[in-house]
Design a protein around this ligand. Structure first.
Ligand code: SF4
Length: 354
């Protein structure tokens, strides 16, 4: 995938992409070796070439073939230090965490750790501390969070993201989302309520979601081919044309829309063809996540060629072309497994990166 910084610099010249983004793509695709004895870790990374810009990473540590190695202090590429590591911790499924400083609160309020079925999902490898939260718990959780974060209330929070695949039915999801909105309002938060899911699809459901207040639907598309083999059943049921119709219907109701997609499961042409049809129904940059194989079995599910860095760089360039005219751009703090960290189509991106 990537041999050395010299290799990254050569690729940077050939592809007109900054070498840090190339290094991070390779790192996210390969994961790292480690003696830390954990399947996944999250940490802050300062690349030696951009030491003033710490960024956040969540990394699989199960790949013994990876050219990258991480310990509590260093990231190395084939034995040579390329960055320093700070604040390394176990990536267990927690109840909630901040992104973008205190801009976005991500909530695993419905026991995401219990959800199984998608081949790329690390849930079953992680420890968990994300119990299902009901109304009084949510109120208390938000107040405690504000207090612990040194905030008078949650008034400055732009968005609360409910990130869980565990609602089997639309009405159960809506019931929970109403409770989250109530708890947000009780803590003076009028921000957007973002929901990552594949169960919110009907016209009535979308009407109800629009009525909850500023709403953002992130449809968990993940892939376009072999869906019955690699996704949990409730996700696999939804076909790409149904997803496009759902996002279009949401957009018509004033709901912000985008989707999540795993880069490295579909073949390149199937990816680009499928993604092109999603562009017109997307109002926020999608969450393109680089496929991380956490186990040898997951390695078998890779798209042909996606074990090569060039495959990812070509995908990055083709996706940039798809979104060039939309004005939508990625932000690292929203997605730590992105194909873009510091630049998009040759232009510098803005932070935050944590
Ligand atoms: S729906 Fe799939 S990706 Fe989401 S939490 Fe469940 S198993 Fe993981």
């Amino acid at each position: 995938m990537l041999d050395s910084l010299r290799h990254a610099d050569q690729l940077a010249r050939d592809w007109k992409i900054n070498s840090e983004d190339i290094l991070l793509i390779a790192l996210n695709s390969c994961g790292a070796r480690s003696s830390l004895g954990k399947p996944r870790m999250r940490f802050r990374l300062r690349l030696d070439s951009r030491p003033d810009q710490p960024l956040y990473l969540i990394l699989s540590l199960g790949n013994r073939q990876s050219p990258f190695e991480v310990d509590q202090h260093q990231l190395r590429l084939n034995g040579v230090q390329v960055g320093t590591v700070e604040g390394i911790e176990d990536d267990d499924a927690v109840l909630g965490y901040w992104r973008g400083g205190r801009r976005v609160l991500t909530l695993n309020s419905n026991t995401r750790s219990q959800c199984t079925g998608c081949v790329f999902c690390p849930n079953t490898l992680e420890d968990a501390s994300d119990p299902r939260l009901r109304a009084p718990d949510l109120h208390a959780y938000f107040s405690t969070l504000a207090c612990e974060s040194g905030l008078p209330d949650l008034g400055g929070v732009e968005a609360v993201t409910v990130c869980t695949g565990c609602f089997l039915y639309e009405d159960l999801a809506l019931e929970h989302l109403r409770l989250v909105r109530e708890a947000m309002s009780a803590n003076d938060c009028n921000g957007t309520l973002q929901f990552l899911s594949s169960v919110l699809t009907t016209p009535q459901g979308l009407d109800a979601a629009a009525a909850i207040g500023p709403f953002h639907l992130t449809l968990t598309a993940e892939c376009f081919t072999r869906r019955d083999l690699v996704l949990k059943e409730s996700k696999a049921r939804l076909t790409p044309p149904q997803m496009i119709a759902t996002l279009a219907a949401a957009k018509d109701r004033g709901i912000a829309t985008n989707f999540t997609y795993i880069v490295g499961m579909d073949d390149a042409n199937a990816s680009i063809e499928g993604l092109a049809a999603f562009v017109p129904v997307t109002t926020a940059f999608p969450g393109f996540q680089i496929y991380q194989a956490h186990t040898p079995l997951m390695e078998l599910q890779r798209a042909t060629g996606s074990d090569q860095i060039q495959w990812h760089l070509a995908m990055r360039t083709r996706i940039e072309e798809l979104f060039a005219d939309t004005g939508l751009r990625p932000a690292w703090f929203r997605n730590y497994r992105s194909l873009w960290c510091f630049t998009f189509a040759g232009q510098e991106l803005e932070g935050p990166w944590i």
